[in-house]
Design a protein around this ligand. Structure first.
Ligand SMILES: C[S@@+](CC[C@H](N)C(=O)[O-])C[C@H]1O[C@@H](n2cnc3c(N)ncnc32)[C@H](O)[C@@H]1O
Length: 189
C-alpha cells in the first residue's frame, strides 16, 4: 500500500470500522446539503466496497440498494445488485423509485487524462439517466465526476431537472484529486 493511502482519513476510517476513506466525503456532503432524511429510500451507484452504504445505513431506516460491477461483503439490511449500470439486466431490476440517488462511480483509470475524463463523464451521465428514471419528485441526487470540459455539459444537462444544483469538492478529498461532486436537490419531473 502506497504512502498516500495511509493518510488521516484512511486511518480514521480504519479505526471507525468504515470500509473506505471516501465515507467522509458522503458524511460531509450529506450534512452540508441535508441530503438524506430518516425514512428516505436510497440507491447507491458504484457502491463497492460499501463505505457509503455503511454511512447511509446510519442515516435512514428506508430501503437501501447498492449496485456495482464488483461484489461487496454483505451489509445487513442492504440489498446489493452486482452488475454494470450500463447493463439492461441491472436496469430492469431497478423499478421502484428512490428518494435519494447517490453515485460515487469511477471508471478503471487508464492514466491517459483526457480518456479517463471522458470515461468518467459517460458513467456520471449514465448515473443521471438512472436518477431521472428512478427519483421521486423532490428527490436528491449526488454524482461524482472527473473535472473536465464535460463536467459543464453534465451540469447543463442536469440543471433543468432540479431546484438546486452545486458543484462541491469535499474537504476530505485527497489533495491533487480532480474529482468533483455535483449535488442536485429537489428533483422536478
Ligand atoms: C470510488 S468507488 C466507490 C466507493 C464507494 N462509494 C465507497 O465508499 O465504498 C467507484 C466504484 O464504481 C464502480 N463502477 C465503475 N463502473 C461501473 C459500472 N459501469 N456500473 C457499476 N459500478 C461501476 C467501481 O467498480 C467502483 O467500485
Amino acid at each position: 500500500m502506497g504512502y498516500e493511502r495511509k493518510d488521516y482519513y484512511f486511518e480514521k476510517a480504519k479505526k471507525e470500522g468504515l470500509r473506505a476513506r471516501s465515507s467522509y466525503k458522503l458524511i460531509e456532503i450529506a450534512k452540508k446539503y441535508q441530503l438524506i432524511k430518516k425514512n428516505d429510500s436510497v440507491l447507491d451507484i458504484g457502491c463497492a466496497p460499501g463505505s457509503w452504504l455503511q454511512v447511509v445505513k446510519k442515516m435512514t431506516k428506508g430501503r437501501i440498494v447498492g449496485v456495482d460491477i464488483v461484489s461487496i461483503k454483505p451489509i445487513e439490511g442492504i440489498e446489493f445488485i452486482q452488475g454494470s449500470i450500463e447493463d439492461s439486466e441491472v436496469q430492469e431490476q431497478l423499478k421502484e423509485k428512490f428518494d435519494v440517488v447517490l453515485s460515487d462511480i469511477a471508471p478503471k483509470t487508464t492514466g491517459v487524462r483526457e480518456r479517463d475524463q471522458v470515461l468518467s463523464y459517460i458513467l456520471s451521465q449514465q448515473s443521471f439517466i438512472m436518477a431521472k428514471k428512478l427519483l421521486n419528485t423532490n428527490g436528491n441526487f449526488v454524482v461524482k465526476t472527473f473535472q473536465s470540459q464535460e463536467t459543464e455539459d453534465l451540469v447543463k444537462e442536469m440543471k433543468p431537472f432540479f431546484t438546486f444544483l452545486k458543484r462541491y469538492v469535499p474537504e476530505s478529498t485527497r489533495q491533487g484529486s480532480k474529482e468533483v461532486y455535483i449535488v442536485a436537490t429537489g428533483f422536478k419531473k
